[in-house]
Design a protein around this ligand. Sequence first.
Ligand code: PHE
Length: 432
Amino acid sequence: MKTQREHFGSGTAAVMAMAGSAIGLGNIWRFPYMVGENGGAAFIVVYMLSMVFISIPIFLCEAVIGRHTQMGTIGSVEKLGLGRGSKWMAALTVISPLIILSYYSVVGGWSVAFLVKGVVSGFGVGAGEYFGSFTSSVWGPLLCHTVFLLLTAGIVFGGVKSGIERFNKISLPALFVLIIAIATYSITLPGAGEGVRYLLVPDFSKLEGKTVLSAMGQSFFSLSLGVGTILTYASYMKKGDSILRTGAGTAVFDLLFALIAGFAVMPAVFASGIEPGSGPTLIYETLPHVFAGLSGSLPTVSRVVSIAFFLAIVVAALTSSVSMLEVGVAYLVEQRGMTRTKAVAVIVLSTWALGCLCSLSGRIFSACDHLVSNYLMTFGALLFTFIAGWKMKKSIVQDELACGPMFKVVYFMMRFIAPAMIVVIFVTNLII
Ligand code: PHE
């Protein structure tokens, strides 16, 4: 069953693919509304701390496992000779990205619809209501979910190098250009100043226990952790490429993008007088309103910005959705000997079915998001720290990380700090 394993062409290509996976709806859709729900700048501070002390060490654990074994999640557990329990846990990490992909693709589909609407007719008066009437209809969202999944499948079908790597290399720079342009527009809107202050001046009295869990969950989601994506992508890294540089590069790009997206969204939210804590529908209900030219900017300018914004969301979502699909595809190809085409078809069909349910029922949608981001990702992350920190030989981890004298600190964070923090935050939240 041994076929030649594909690899990313260079270290830079690996960073771009991982950053592509990390940068997605999590940054443009989830991050701004989480910030809005959790009190602004104080949440961002906790988020950054969580990134450094918990998420980056977990990223390194996943990457060390994948690069060392050169296999996907279940293949890694088998190759490392870890018993059945771990195998079940690894199976979870194959199922989790499937669940995420199903509701992610629904949101990706909404963005496709908004993009098309922006191009075809723009957002006129009543733009704020467009979201409600669109998502409560049956066929439109289902069709867009299908289109989004087919786009994802098309890229993954092309393989690691000519599909995933090529798409990310073009998309990532384009995404940064787009989001910087939109943020510039947004902060110059009349009344935007309050939104900028909201993002920059922390009010720690707004912090609650739940905020810390949300910040941790968001940093896992944003760095694509705990579901085997980073592990699988790392298995396509060549031996000489630095894992530490890849981890740091991915985290920096991801954080930068989320912050710039915050500056693209929040000032516009404040400029249009909308409540920042209005939840998952925030960007879809707010921004069309702004883009309709109701906030004093020229209609043509706002039309172009609206198209740029939803284009950025669709592309960012695609660079992430391909990474979710790849986890399952790698498993079916490696462990089940399927062809790539068949593997893509099998996973896309099952995801499509679950995604249809998410599209039709808000409760199923929220249940999937809740299950994945609060439980499955956390368990997955713990599993990876356990494997890299406690089950793999220290010398192998040291060899993979190749970071000289820094190893001691990094290894300590991977082995003790990150898992301990996950357990403490998780248990505290169960109790309080
Ligand atoms: N990190 C992606 C985002 O921010 C979401 C994602 C989660 C991707 C898990 C892959 C795996 O949108």
